[in-house]
Design a protein around this ligand. Structure first.
Ligand code: IMP
Length: 392
């Protein structure tokens, strides 16, 4: 009985299970998705683009995924790129070539939403430009993959979608208009249209483009099981995260509904995944960051935890576990269970710290859920609980 209860809690008996990052990303979503996906008929990604970086090690082989869902290594799982994802065809091709070179057969196992937006050269160039123009102190520290500009053109209703590939004449027209909106022409991006055309043929030949919204709902009707894979994490959510130091999609549970067309009533289990400590890539406030007297231990945990970005190679900032972050994340997502990763990184430590709450500037306890204002968050002082290391 007990083991069945445990299985239910971890979602292995659920029709749908969502995997959501509970902190600022890099909690190990890819690894968990890879492990769980063999129990599901479909692994579906609902947000983000090739800004996400998942490292999966199987049989001594290391796989780096950015655009692809993390269920690709399970030969019985169908993988879906949902409408909420922004797709860079270059990254997609590179990752499929990598699978081929490692003899992983993806034939018939990848479907892409006809509603997903395409990330093109103009988006990437604009992302790089915006970051440079902002100046060092105002930089978001994006992955420079064009994610923000792609979601911006989606909202401006000038973006190009996968379904636009069905007619290359009208695609060219829309592409020209899109380039124009960035002050460019197609001539500024030599070879891009030709590459898109080749990819179009490849995707059509391999029957990869489909109406994934209908697919999701038919799968649920047929009582089959879906693993819902989130990219990035709750504190990077465009609505709930530490704005503007966030990504440009809904990384939390609402993204499942808008990014795949799965009705909220159909989401049975939500697994929140967090590290035993915290990391953050890019700029923005980080209340439990290991700085000052904790800088050396933070550096040590970062080295032993291999805390370097999969997408950009950047060194991640390291901090102690923050209870406020997790409580807030749980409030927004309604986690059914929590998966804590990287507890082993604490092994050699004589003592460790946990941020159990925040104190305001005037010394009183912060009783809100999580400050919207970064100025307010930046002024918070952490309340620490110091614990002895557990293996010494
Ligand atoms: P963008 O998603 O490239 O626009 O970057 C916006 C912010 O989200 C930056 O602070 C990035 O470092 C952060 N970010 C985006 N993807 C990831 C990720 O997979 N892990 C950690 N941080 C990420």
């Amino acid at each position: 009985m007990k083991s069945i209860a445990n299985l239910c809690r971890t979602g292995l008996k659920s029709k749908t299970t969502a995997i959501i990052g509970a902190q600022w990303g890099d909690e190990g979503k890819g690894k968990l998705t890879d492990i769980l996906s063999e129990h599901y008929d479909i692994c579906a990604r609902f947000n983000g683009g090739d800004n996400a970086g998942h490292t999966i090690v199987v049989g001594g082989n290391k796989f780096f995924f950015h655009a692809l869902p993390s269920g690709m290594l399970n030969k019985n799982t169908l993988n879906v790129i949902g409408n909420g994802v922004v797709l860079n065809l270059n990254s997609l091709k590179k990752e499929l070539d990598m699978l081929e070179s490692k003899k992983v057969d993806y034939n018939g196992r990848l479907l892409i939403s006809d509603r997903a937006h395409l990330t093109l050269q103009c988006h990437i160039e604009a992302d790089k430009g915006q970051e440079t123009e902002s100046g060092k102190d105002k930089m978001i520290g994006t992955t420079q993959k064009g994610i923000g500009p792609t979601y911006a053109t989606k909202m401006r209703r000038t973006g190009l979608r996968v379904c636009d590939l069905s007619n290359m004449d009208s695609f060219k027209e829309k592409y020209t208009t899109l380039c124009k909106s960035f002050g460019k022409t197609p001539n500024d991006y030599p070879g891009e249209l030709e590459f898109v055309k080749q990819m179009r043929e490849f995707l059509i030949k391999n029957k990869m483009i489909t109406d994934t919204v209908s697919l999701m709902n038919k799968t649920l009707k047929d009582n089959k099981r879906i693993l819902l894979e989130g990219a990035n994490a709750t504190l990077l959510d465009i609505d709930f995260g530490t704005y503007p130091y966030v990504t440009s999609s809904n990384t939390s549970i609402g993204g499942v509904c808008t990014g795949l067309g799965v009705p909220p009533s159909q989401i049975e289990t939500v697994i929140g995944i967090c590290k035993a400590y915290n990391t953050r890539v890019g700029s923005g406030p980080f209340p439990t960051e290991c700085i000052g007297e904790d800088a050396a231990v933070g550096e040590d945990m970062g080295q032993r935890g291999h805390e370097f970005g999969v997408t950009t190679g950047r060194k991640r900032r390291v901090g102690w576990f923050d209870v406020n972050v997790l409580k807030y994340s749980h409030m927004v997502n309604g986690f059914s269970s929590i998966n804590i990763t990287k507890l082993d990184i604490f092994s050699p430590l004589k003592q460790l710290k946990i941020g159990v709450g925040y104190k305001k500037k005037d010394g009183t306890l912060y009783t809100g859920a999580f400050p919207a204002s970064l100025e307010e968050l930046g002024e918070m002082e952490c309340i620490w609980e110091v614990l002895p290391g557990y293996l010494l």
